[in-house]
Unconditional design. Structure first.
Length: 227
């Protein structure tokens, strides 16, 4: 599997990376491709979600947290520079198989770190029964895109207030707060985030593909047109 690189380390909006997933799925001839990314404080919600029901709009506007809708399903998540967004693009069109491959890849990395983690029927990844990684998937004309948020660390105040799951949802899961059902990867490893990124890349990828300036322009155009 090839690791996809950008020609510069310029910080981009979350919508750019969603467009990058689309570009890789459409244009690259790799059967499997992978990349990770980090963004300024952002909320991303699923294809079928009503934003007013899932996001504290006033809080996000007040604190400069951007909001984006993705094309895949699943729940609403908060992301910032202290956690890691993972993107897996595969030519395999079987959603269940793509989900399973991705979850097992993340589990492999965590076990290399000495962490006993488990996957769930909802394609979440848990450590000690708490969620550290959630995933979403969508099909493309050429296969599937699976993406996830790996919680190495995060601004917990923003996470707790930017996302507003319903009281019924919390009661159904038997929890009092979002913090009680998630865990941070940094609590289970001495590795820094940069070291985790290196381990992920070395474990999952056997080569790299550097995008060109023309590729970046095409992604930016796709971001404008589609996202």
């Amino acid at each position: 599997m090839k690791f996809i690189l950008l020609p510069s380390n310029e910080e981009r909006r979350l919508s750019f990376y969603l467009a990058m997933e689309e570009f890789v799925a459409r244009q690259l001839d790799e059967p499997d491709a992978f990349f990770f990314w980090q963004v300024a404080p952002s909320v991303i919600y699923g294809r079928n979600q009503v934003v007013e029901n899932e996001v504290n709009l006033d809080y996000c506007h007040e604190h400069g947290i951007e909001m984006f809708r993705r094309k895949s399903g699943g729940g609403c998540v908060y992301a910032d520079r202290d956690n890691l967004m993972l993107s897996f693009v595969t030519s395999d069109a079987n959603v269940g198989f793509a989900f399973n491959r991705f979850v097992n890849m993340v589990l492999l990395v965590l076990r290399k770190m000495g962490i006993e983690a488990t996957g769930t029927s909802h394609n979440d990844i848990l450590i000690d029964g708490k969620k550290v990684c959630g995933t979403a998937c969508r099909t493309t004309a050429k296969g599937c895109i699976v993406h996830s948020t790996l919680l190495y660390d995060t601004n917990m105040e923003h996470m707790l207030h930017a996302i507003t799951p319903s009281r019924e949802k919390l009661q159904k899961k038997g929890i009092q707060s979002v913090r009680q059902r998630i865990t941070l990867l940094k609590e289970h490893t001495s590795l820094t985030l940069e070291e985790v990124k290196t381990l992920i890349r070395e474990t999952l990828c056997d080569g790299e593909r550097m995008l060109t300036a023309a590729d970046v322009e095409a992604i930016e155009q796709l971001e404008i047109e589609k996202l």
